[in-house]
Design a binder for this molecule. Structure first.
Ligand code: PGA
Length: 257
């Protein structure tokens, strides 16, 4: 396990941009031209997840500047009569390395359940994609003290059947729902408490090596002003950034702390 210090020495962080349904191809190129050179200087690992329509063009910049691209979702089959869906094998073929799964907006607007996310995780892994699995509690769950139990039960269901060797590569993004896009970032100590519980869960279900290798991110109203407070926490390996990742200057500030 990582050293039990209150604050860990800053090492390479994984910083993931989630653009949601924003930016067309032209805006994607403009962003990549500004941010690309800063990525080259950054000591952190950067992943940008644009809408599907910008993945191809962004990948050409990713190859020049050394960042990775990820999708924001994928289907649970590799091909077939599923009008409107995009498969994990197509993403992999495009050079995508990551895929966000189970974001709270997908759980909320598209009724995605842990069981469905579990299916997507399995096929993403099969296609060599690294799933960024989102979990997080509602405000009522936080208020009634059940947040940790709720998140751990999401993990139980999402990772059903996932073996240690697969788990090591997976990224878990802890995003309290009440904090996403609201400007109400969580207290970093509370985020640390949840991320530490998540790591302990992985330790119990798998082993020490898996628990220390799995990456746990915090997401929810991360800004250039507060990002470092999260990244300093012992069990927070980086961030999943929504709103602030749309603005090239803000994103550069976050990746180059
Ligand atoms: P936010 O979004 O940074 O705008 O709160 C985070 C996310 O939805 O991943």
């Amino acid at each position: 396990m990582k050293q039990k210090l209150g604050v860990k020495i800053l090492k390479e962080k994984l910083i993931v941009a989630n653009w949601k349904m924003n930016k067309n191809v032209q805006k994607t190129k403009e962003f990549a031209e500004i941010v690309g050179t800063e990525v080259l200087k950054s000591k952190n690992k950067i992943v940008i997840c644009p809408p599907f329509t910008s993945l191809y063009v962004l990948k050409t910049y990713a190859d020049i500047f050394g960042f990775e691209v990820g999708a924001q979702n994928c289907f649970w089959e590799n091909s077939g009569a599923f009008t409107g869906e995009v498969s994990p094998s197509m993403l992999s073929d495009l050079g995508c390395k990551y895929v966000i799964l189970g974001h709270s907006e997908r759980r909320n607007y598209f009724d995605e359940t842990n069981e469905l996310i579990n299916k997507k995780i399995a096929i993403a892994i099969e296609n060599n994609l690294i799933p960024i699995v989102c979990v997080g509690e509602s405000s009522s769950s936080r208020e009634n003290g059940s947040a940790i139990d709720f998140v751990l039960s999401q993990l139980v269901d999402c990772f059903c059947g996932v073996i240690a060797n697969q788990m090591k590569r997976i990224v878990i993004a802890y995003e309290p729902i009440w904090s996403i896009g609201t400007g109400k970032a969580m207290n970093p100590q509370q985020a640390q408490e949840m991320c530490s519980s998540i790591r302990k869960f992985i330790l119990k279900k798998y082993d020490e090596k898996t628990a220390s290798e799995v990456k746990i991110l915090y997401g929810g109203s991360v800004t250039p002003e507060n990002s470092k407070n999260f990244f300093e926490m012992q069990d927070i390996d980086g961030g999943l950034i929504g709103g602030a990742s749309l603005d090239a200057e803000k994103f550069v500030d976050i990746i180059s702390f």
